[in-house]
Write a protein that binds this ligand. Structure first.
Ligand SMILES: [Zn+2]
Length: 437
């Protein structure tokens, strides 16, 4: 994914978490003894595998991973009011921690190395603690809800919400050697007052942090915003300072030519979540039209209850496929989709100079994929096509984040997968009891 999109037979050298050299392979790959970090160099043998920059998912809710399968086949408004709001309100420190661990384990094992993550209102420290331990690169933020007509279990006074967000930012923005960053995350316009949104814009600017929110997901939402503010939603977000390179808006399904023009002119990041948009029946975001207008686009799985996977390969495949009935088979080709899943995501996190491609100077976020399975053969076919249309999360063999081997031979090394399964299930049972589900 370098500037020329070269595909090389090469060795990649990593020192202190950064790629220092990408050199054409001269001899046979030597078999090393990977796995321990010490003074001696570690060699991870990727012979026969495809090494690609780690996938970046720019819209995830780790706090919802425990809700997987608990909110199927509902429209967004019911999905939120009947299931997601009550479950989020019932979260404890422990349940947020194990929800993040479960989601992060799935993401890493499936080749996603970086995320933009919206947590719930409380216990965001616990999510950061999980992310610190498990080794995923993450920009995460406490979700902000302060407007009337929102669930009392989640709504907070404006000042308190902003103060906690600023405190979290001070603690976590740049933590773990820069691997963890903070984002200011107003839930969506109907959840937030104008003063809160304007304050978020100022806070993010001062901290050099990303603003992450949902926008234009359903016609009901657009109508609510129009009634409350008198503006179209994207124009309103512009007016409160949530636009531009620092902003990442999930969904943008219901955007007209005017809104697309605004997003493109400002350089606002749009995060496309095809599985979520299909499952909640929200619609098909006009991504090819946005790209043609010059918009910046990234991909994301959204939360587990509206997907139900957190699989970057699935999102790539669907992003390409869902446009084709509408615009023809040439719409959104595989190579463009791979750009959205790597470089596009990097830009949405404000990290385009740090991740998203395999180039000297960038952080070592790398994924080795085994395409030898029958579903990805024959091997003479276009490599990008095999990655986008044929590959699956289960094909991921090794994953490196910030130079640390976190998955090796398909096994999670940075945490105990069985412990995560047991604890996540126990936490889910407690949450279900608490809300009577
Ligand atoms: Zn979402």
């Amino acid at each position: 994914m370098d500037g020329e999109r070269r595909i090389l037979d090469a060795d990649v050298v990593v020192e202190q978490g950064r790629i220092t050299t990408v050199r054409r392979r001269t001899g046979k790959g030597r078999r090393g003894k990977p796995g321990t970090r010490g003074a001696k160099p570690v060699e991870l043998d990727c012979t026969g595998l495809v090494l690609l920059p780690g996938l970046v998912q720019a819209h995830i809710h780790l706090c919802q991973t425990l809700f997987r399968g608990l909110a199927d086949d509902l429209a967004l408004e019911d999905w939120l009011a009947k299931r997601i709001w009550p479950l989020e309100a019932a979260h404890t420190e422990a349940s947020v921690y194990w929800s993040a661990m479960l989601g992060a384990a799935e993401l890493l094992l499936g080749g996603t190395t970086a995320i933009l993550d919206m947590e719930t209102v409380r216990h965001t420290d616990a999510a950061f603690q999980a992310l610190e331990a498990v080794g995923l690169r993450a920009t995460a933020g406490k979700c902000l809800i302060d407007a009337e007509a929102n669930p009392p279990g989640l709504r907070e006074p404006t000042d308190r919400a902003l103060r906690e967000a600023a405190d979290l930012c001070a603690r976590w923005h740049g933590a773990a050697g820069g691997r963890l960053r903070y984002c200011f995350a107003p839930r969506f316009v109907p959840s937030c007052t104008g003063p809160l949104l304007r304050a978020v814009s100022d806070l993010a600017e001062r901290a050099g942090a990303v603003i992450h929110t949902h926008a234009a997901e359903t016609p009901v939402e657009l109508e609510l915003v129009k009634r409350a503010t008198g503006h179209d939603e994207i124009a309103y977000l512009d007016s409160v300072g949530i636009a531009g390179r620092r902003a990442a808006l999930a969904h943008c399904v219901w955007v007209d030519r005017d809104a697309i023009g605004r997003l493109a002119r400002a350089g606002t990041n749009v995060v496309h979540c095809p599985s979520s948009n299909l499952k909640l029946g929200s619609g098909i975001a006009p991504i090819p039209e946005m790209l043609a207008a010059g918009c910046h686009v990234a991909l994301g799985a959204d939360g587990a209850p509206c997907n139900n996977r957190l699989d970057g390969f699935e999102e790539m495949r669907l992003a390409a496929l869902i446009q084709k009935p509408r615009l023809g088979p040439e719409a959104l080709p595989a190579a463009r989709v791979l750009e959205l899943a790597t470089l596009g995501g990097a830009r949405a996190l404000g990290l385009e100079s740090e991740i998203g491609s395999i180039e000297p100077g960038k952080r070592a976020d790398l994924v080795a994929v085994d395409l030898s399975g029958p579903h990805a053969q024959p091997d003479g076919a276009d490599l990008v096509s095999r990655l986008v249309y044929s590959a699956r999360a289960a094909d991921v063999r090794h994953v490196v984040v910030d130079g640390r081997i976190v998955v090796q031979d398909g096994r999670l090394k940075s945490a105990d997968r069985e412990e995560i399964r047991v604890e996540a299930n126990a936490a889910t049972r407690r949450l279900r009891r608490a809300v009577g589900l």
